[in-house]
Design a binder for this molecule. Structure first.
Ligand SMILES: N=CN[C@@H](CCC(=O)O)C(=O)O
Ligand SMILES: [Mn+2]
Ligand SMILES: [Mn+2]
Length: 315
């Protein structure tokens, strides 16, 4: 297996944040996180490793507002100052960078890096990138020894199905790509979506979801009680979970910095509760956060929300 360090393009850059002093009582993310190396020693049973996927290619191909390639740096900047209360070690493996339109090779490189990190026993956290990040994540998860013989579930928090049937992969196609890849391997994709906006998904997309047996909740159905039962049911049918958060699942007031801001959206407390539920399940294998576009992010609101959710997922 190629090591993660060999697969990434850009090494971790220094993290920054407020300094209140040295020692555990003052610790913030920027003081806790260390560069990931293949030899990185960890005392914790399941360290977390952050990897950036700097890509504008998927959103550009999907006719959206580009700028997500700058998101990994913006999320790190929002995470850095947060107080560190986690019981696990955290490392930064750097970035995989998609140059121009070279999306597929970038997804392959990120996939190899993720597989290597998973095989080493890490909880992997990818910071996208547009939602084409999800196919890179899938390549990494499906290519890992950790999922061999296990039932994989993909839980997407998103206003969109991203099941577009297009000749060219984009940020709108990753879950149909996964369904095809799983079918080619003789399996069926276990895919669930929380937060679907009915007016933002065509009849064709709903038909594709039905054909593939996708389980979903509409945004207007997402009360705390309903999502708790929905996620528990989905978790019960899988052995390992890949959670993907498309930040446009939340209302535009909470997540303005995305390609397609949501008029309705699922409230942050509901999304946060899902993250706690998933983190507590012990089935969580891999996480990604996608679609942040810092260019449209008022007061870094969306980056701060992304950072908070990552922090919650690792707690
Ligand atoms: N990542 C996916 N994005 C949505 C974008 C929808 C829109 O631009 O309105 C999709 O393809 O469905
Ligand atoms: Mn999406
Ligand atoms: Mn979306």
């Amino acid at each position: 297996m190629e090591t993660s360090a060999a697969a990434v393009d850009v090494s971790p850059t220094p993290w920054t944040g407020r300094f209140d002093g040295d020692g555990d009582a003052h610790r913030r993310w920027w003081q806790a996180i260390a560069p990931h190396t293949p030899q990185a020693a960890s005392a914790s049973s399941r360290p977390a490793v952050v990897l950036g996927f700097c890509s504008d290619a998927g959103v550009l191909r999907n006719k959206g507002r580009v700028g997500a390639a700058a998101a990994p740096a913006a999320i790190r900047a929002a995470l850095g100052p947060l107080a560190f209360h986690l019981d696990r070690d955290v490392f930064d493996a750097g970035d995989v960078v998609v140059e121009d339109d070279l999306l597929e090779s970038g997804q392959q490189r990120a996939g190899r890096a993720i597989s290597g990190l998973l095989d080493d026993g890490n909880l992997t956290v990818v910071l996208g990138g547009g939602h084409e990040t999800a196919f890179a994540s899938y390549l990494g998860v499906a290519g890992s020894e950790v999922v061999r013989g296990k039932r994989l579930g993909v839980l997407n928090l998103d206003a969109h199905f991203d099941l577009r049937d297009e000749p060219t992969p984009s940020s709108g196609t990753p879950f149909l790509q996964m369904a095809h890849a799983e079918a080619a391997a003789g399996r069926e994709l276990q895919y669930a979506v929380v937060g679907i906006s009915e007016p933002n998904n065509t009849r064709t997309l709903f038909d594709t979801a039905q054909r593939l047996g996708v389980k979903y909740l509409l945004d207007e159905e997402c009360s705390l009680e309903t999502v708790e039962v929905f996620v528990a049911d989905f978790l019960a049918g899988v052995d390992v979970l890949y959670l993907t958060i498309d930040l446009d699942v939340m209302p535009a007031s909470v997540a303005p910095g995305v390609s397609a801001p949501a008029a309705y959206g699922v409230p942050l407390p509901v999304i946060s509760a899902i993250c706690r539920q998933v983190a507590a399940s012990a089935k969580l294998l891999h996480v990604d956060v996608a679609e942040l576009n810092p260019e449209f992010d008022i007061d870094s609101r969306t980056a701060k929300v992304a950072a908070r959710l990552v922090n919650t997922l690792l707690a």
